[in-house]
Design a protein around this ligand. Structure first.
Ligand code: CUK
Ligand code: CUA
Length: 761
């Protein structure tokens, strides 16, 4: 019988890769006709189609809405690459099913309550001098006021912080130009003290909004609650925020709706919120000098609320760091231009976007020129004194993003279902394009940084109505890709998103991201520290301390060590596992039947799963990632014995192998070695050392083969004792290592052939 590896190699050697593929007999015209495609469709396809092996120019990080996750997709292909578990358990990644990730999710519990979902709205990539640096990603949870930190070295969630004073939030996550702070503003006003009740009749006096500045410790890669602070704000339903940049660095801007401070009561015959919250023609843009605020907090001028530093309005007004400017009408987005000179606000119920001038705002503040004070004594700058221009764009303007081209902005028009391209310096409309349907946010490449890259725009539409094959009353979301590289915008692609309602998305040049492919062996990926349960090959063991059983195990193709775990009913079981692989993409999963534990263990990672073995019985455990040809055999048994069980004297049944079986296996080993030798000869005849990926694969293959030496000495020893079962099976194990080495070797050979390796001998 020829082995799998032998056969596969023979085919590869005989045909070479990619030779002689019979291409379709249809012409391009035939296909266009058959599928009803226009020239324009073809152009759109050519602009997005990404052939196999080719990669995207940009990576987008989208809020996953109610899923509490982040979606990662490529632009322009719109291929989804990953869902990152953030506020919600995510089984594939073991997020919420292993102890390390449970510890992260536990940081997000509120008042001792486990919260298993989140309403993610605004992702933000860390910035250095206002440019996306590709190191960290932040995202907020509107429903349960929280922020999370994702490290872009491994795309894993590392930290969740709970806002200490809000009960809901919205205007986060927005970073300051050097990511000193991550901004998070409240949404629906509540009393700031935790678990404190005041009736709605005391709304104006006792309910408050605010804006929180979370200190980011870049070296630690974590937010530092002890150095974070908030600014108390009136109960105006603060909405979105943005940080100043360039000339406006050090300031932040947060708009609001329902500055009417209306409290509803439709059930008591009062007009509903929507009427009461949109009665006035203007709401307030909050203008905050956060640099000065941080200094005041450092000087001890904050008040502790729930143990957190809060700079009260009174102090902020006295120190001259908080101002209001009227903004029309029930506004939504607030976006600072790349040059930091203007602040653009779109009023949902107004047809204009309002462009405020930072220079004019500063001039008014310097001159002490205010038109009034709000009920809390905050100085109000006159709209006329702060406006640069107002531009009529259409119905329901919401959010604005920027182009690489000077002065060019794009604003979403919710009611019109359009994107408007316009010039914020001159105040004129340049182009419009229809989207499908009811756009919320829109996003251009690095379009909220100081250095937008232009090229593409993504429209995040709230409804998809008729765009896709129907899948029931709940429709997928629709992200539409638009080419903005020319004067006229061109719609390129509809991407259905089947996971929550994304609000915002950010996209970064793919070349700025340098994620790793493996961990240093024994790493707890959630803390970046060495895992206390890590072991190297040969150190695997099971320890018992009273009723606590701790397993120190490893995984490598294609076995889990140990393969039997014996415990007594009632034992507390902790299984630590280290993936010893170095090969790229050789992740193993780990699941135990019916105990609700799962782990994803990428090369080098260590994790632990923990459970109480409260049910007597036999529970298989296995690897959940198809990691090699013998993946299904990557298995073991958890034996939960009744209390006081006496070990059986019976032995495990021996199979009747003969010397001739042993000889056949040895022959197979020799044949396979010949295949390996030929692959090695091919690889070493090329400049493979110029390909780091191949160097890694060669290292891994050598590793696998290296393990065969021990198995070889075992089969030889057993053969000397004429124990043909042991001799045959250890010889089989030698062959297993060979197969894995050959598998990787063939992968390396294919890679070299497809990537133009040169013969050097
Ligand atoms: S929000 Cu949803 S469309 Cu939370 Cu930024 Cu505007
Ligand atoms: Cu490891 Cu399947």
């Amino acid at each position: 019988m020829k082995s799998l590896a032998v056969k596969a190699t023979a085919v590869l050697l005989a045909t070479g890769i990619g030779a002689g593929a019979a291409w379709s007999a249809e012409s391009l015209q035939d296909v266009m006709k058959r599928r009803g495609l226009s020239q324009q469709d073809l152009m759109a396809a050519a602009k997005t189609y990404t052939p196999t092996g080719k990669r995207d120019e940009f990576l987008a990080f989208s809020s996953g809405g109610q899923s509490g996750q982040i979606l990662v997709y490529g632009i322009p292909s719109m291929r989804i690459l990953k869902y990152i578990g953030v506020f919600t358990p995510e089984p594939w990644q073991g997020y919420g099913y292993d102890e390390e990730s449970k510890a992260v999710l536990r940081q997000g519990w509120i008042d001792g309550k486990e919260i298993t979902w989140g309403d993610t709205h605004h992702p933000a990539i860390s910035e250095t001098q206002g440019q996306y640096d590709g190191q960290f990603l932040f995202i907020n949870d509107k429903a349960n006021p929280r922020l999370a930190v994702v490290d872009l070295r491994d795309f894993e969630t590392k930290q969740i912080v709970v806002n200490p004073i809000y009960k809901s939030e919205h205007g986060g996550a927005f970073v300051t130009p050097d990511t000193d702070y991550v901004i998070e503003a409240a949404q629906y006003a509540t009393p700031l003290e935790n678990q404190k009740f005041y009736p709605l009749e005391e709304f104006n006096e006792k309910y408050r909004g605010g804006v929180t500045y979370w200190k980011f410790d870049r070296k630690a890669g974590r937010l530092d609650p002890s150095k974070s602070f908030s600014l108390e704000l009136p109960p105006y339903s603060q909405d979105l925020s943005d940080a100043g940049k360039g000339p406006s660095d050090g300031w932040s801007f947060t708009n609001s709706f329902c500055s009417e401070r209306y409290v509803g009561g439709i059930e008591k015959g009062r007009p509903p919120y929507e009427a009461g919250c949109s009665a006035k023609d203007t709401d307030y843009l909050h203008v905050v000098n956060w640099k000065k605020a941080a200094e005041l907090v450092a000087q001890g001028k904050a008040k502790k609320i729930n143990g957190h530093d809060v700079l009260m309005m009174e102090t902020a007004v006295k120190e001259g760091i908080l101002f209001l400017i009227p903004e029309p009408k029930s506004p939504h987005g607030v976006d600072v231009t790349p040059d930091g000179k203007f602040i653009i606000v779109a009023g949902k119920l107004d047809t204009h976007v309002s462009v405020y001038s930072f220079d004019k705002i500063q001039a008014a503040i310097k001159a002490g020129k205010f038109e009034s004070k709000d009920p809390y004594g905050i100085p109000v700058i006159g709209m006329k004194d702060a406006l640069h221009t107002q531009v009529p764009l259409g119905l329901g303007p919401l959010h604005t993003q920027f182009d690489a081209k000077q002065c060019v902005a794009y604003t979403s028009l919710y009611v019109d279902s359009q994107v408007a391209k316009w010039d914020f310096c001159e105040g004129k409309v340049l182009d419009k394009i229809s989207v499908h349907y009811n756009i919320g946010h829109l996003m251009t490449m690095e379009g909220d940084s100081v250095d937008p890259k232009g090229r593409y725009l993504v429209a995040l539409n709230k409804l998809s109505i008729d765009r896709f094959n129907p899948v029931g009353p709940l429709h997928p979301q629709n992200h539409q890709l638009i080419d903005i590289s020319n004067d006229k915008m061109q719609l390129l692609y509809d991407m259905p998103l089947p996971l929550g309602e994304p609000h915002y998305v950010v996209a970064i040049e793919a070349s700025k991201l340098k994620p790793g492919v493996r961990y240093k062996v024994g790493t707890n990926s959630r803390t970046d520290e060495p895992h206390p349960g890590k072991v190297r090959a040969g150190e695997e063991r099971i320890e018992r301390d009273g009723n606590k059983v701790t397993v120190y195990g490893t995984l490598i193709r294609s076995h889990i060590t140990p393969e039997t775990i014996e415990v007594e009913v009632g034992d507390e079981v902790t299984i630590n596992l280290t993936n010893l692989e170095r090969a790229q993409d050789e992740t193993h999963g780990f699941a135990v039947s019916t105990y609700n534990v799962h782990a994803s263990i990428e090369p080098g990672k260590s994790v632990s799963v923990k459970f109480k073995a409260d049910k007597e019985g036999v529970y298989p455990y296995y690897c959940t990632e198809f990691c090699s040809a013998l993946h299904l055999e990557m298995q073991g048994y958890l034996l939960v014995k009744p209390k006081g069980w006496k070990a059986t004297t019976k032995e495990i049944a021996k199979a009747a192998y003969t010397e001739s079986d042993y000889q056949t296996t040895l022959k197979k080993v020799v044949d396979t070695q010949a295949v390996i030798d030929s692959v090695v000869a091919f690889i070493t005849s090329t400049n493979y050392k110029d390909f780091p990926d191949v160097v890694n694969m060669v290292e891994d293959a050598t590793d696998q083969l290296g393990k065969a030496a021990d198995a070889k000495s075992r089969h030889e020893a057993a053969a000397a004792k004429q124990d043909w079962e042991q001799a045959n099976l250890w010889a089989e194990q030698v062959w297993q290592y060979q197969v894995k080495a050959a598998d990787i070797g063939i992968r390396a050979k294919t890679y070299l052939e497809q990537n133009g390796a040169k013969k050097i001998q």
